[in-house]
Design a protein around this ligand. Structure first.
Ligand code: BV8
Ligand code: ZN
Length: 247
């Protein structure tokens, strides 16, 4: 594993980037940090909400136990997000999309900032904070079009709606992880940007890419469980590092 300091892209990596045909990018909360979106575990802190660690309030159990509290938590985060915009890391990744014959962006983030930056067909493994879904039928709605009633009532069947986000202990959206695994198996170059690589099954993707022969690059100012496993671990911020791959 080659560790390189930020603002320094190895010649080898530049060449691989120039010649790559299929690229996979996996992002986590760190790619949105510069935009002002709080990370979950950065700097050793775990986000806490009203005394609950975030993986308690963001859990399947909480939806059953206290759906209004889950809505309060997501409404609070969405209010924060409404004022935020993509940063140079999101913008660089959006530019990469048309640079390679095959390009897949997989995100664990629910903030929608990749989409706002212009990325298309983003695989959102953990859903979206901007969408609600019915607990009973398959109805979905853009939360910005719903009234302030909490929990919102489903227009189709009248049952409760919940955030269309994958909580701890819940399955990922059907097909999302499978599509991401397919891309991981077929890429020659895999970037893992701004994730502590703790949450599964998302954290398994870099392992799949590496096992399939991809060159694995991590971009993160901190070391993670994945760093030793990478071909290159660029210890730097995404918003400083990704734009260096000028396209
Ligand atoms: C599942 C949405 C199968 C919600 C999230 C017990 C029961 C059931 C399952 C489990 C269990 N025990 C373990 C599991 C599996 C569990 C899991 O992996 N737990 C972990 C904690 C061990 N996974 C699940 O539950 C998944 N489902 O397994 O289904 C199943 C189903 C039923 C029964 C059995 C099995 C579902 C996981 C999805 C959970 N939802 N989010 C919400 O947002 O509130 S996960 C949450 O963590 C976010 O999505 C986030 O994206 C994700 C990962 O975190 P990161 O993105 O990595 O963010 P983090 O803060 O950790 O790190 C940020 C990094 O950025 C840091 O490294 C920092 O250094 C870096 N950084 C900071 N600034 C910058 C930067 N990098 C670059 N540039 C910068 N400027
Ligand atoms: Zn319904």
């Amino acid at each position: 594993m080659q560790a390189s300091k930020a603002l320094e892209i190895s010649e080898n990596l530049r060449e691989r980037f120039a010649c790559a045909r299929n690229v996979l990018v996996l992002t986590g909360a760190g790619v949105s940090a510069e935009s002002g979106v709080p990370t979950f575990r950065g700097g050793g802190q775990t986000t806490v909400w009203k005394g609950m660690p975030f993986d308690v309030i963001s859990s399947a159990r909480m939806v059953e136990r206290d759906l209004p509290a889950v809505w309060e938590w997501f409404d609070y985060r969405r209010k924060l997000l409404e004022k935020l915009s993509p940063n140079p890391a999101h913008q660089a990744i959006a530019r990469w999309q048309d640079r390679f014959p095959g390009f897949t962006l997989v995100t664990q983030n629910i903030d929608g900032l990749h989409h706002t930056a212009g990325s298309r067909e983003v695989i959102e493994l953990h859903g979206s904070i901007w969408r609600a879904r019915c607990v009973a039928c398959s109805a979905r709605a853009d939360i910005r079009l719903l009234n302030d009633e909490r929990p919102p009532a489903c227009a189709e069947c009248g049952n409760y709606m919940r955030p269309d986000v994958v909580l701890f202990g819940e399955m990922l959206p059907a097909g999302a992880f499978e599509r991401a695994v397919e891309s991981a198996k077929n890429c020659e170059l895999c970037f893992v940007v701004g994730t502590s690589a703790i949450v599964y099954p998302a954290a398994a993707l870099p392992e799949v890419a590496r096992a399939s022969g991809a060159y694995l690059v991590e971009v993160n100012p901190e070391k993670t469980a994945l760093s030793e496993f990478c071909d290159e671990a660029i210890q730097g911020k995404a918003e400083k590092t990704l734009p260096l791959f000028c396209v």
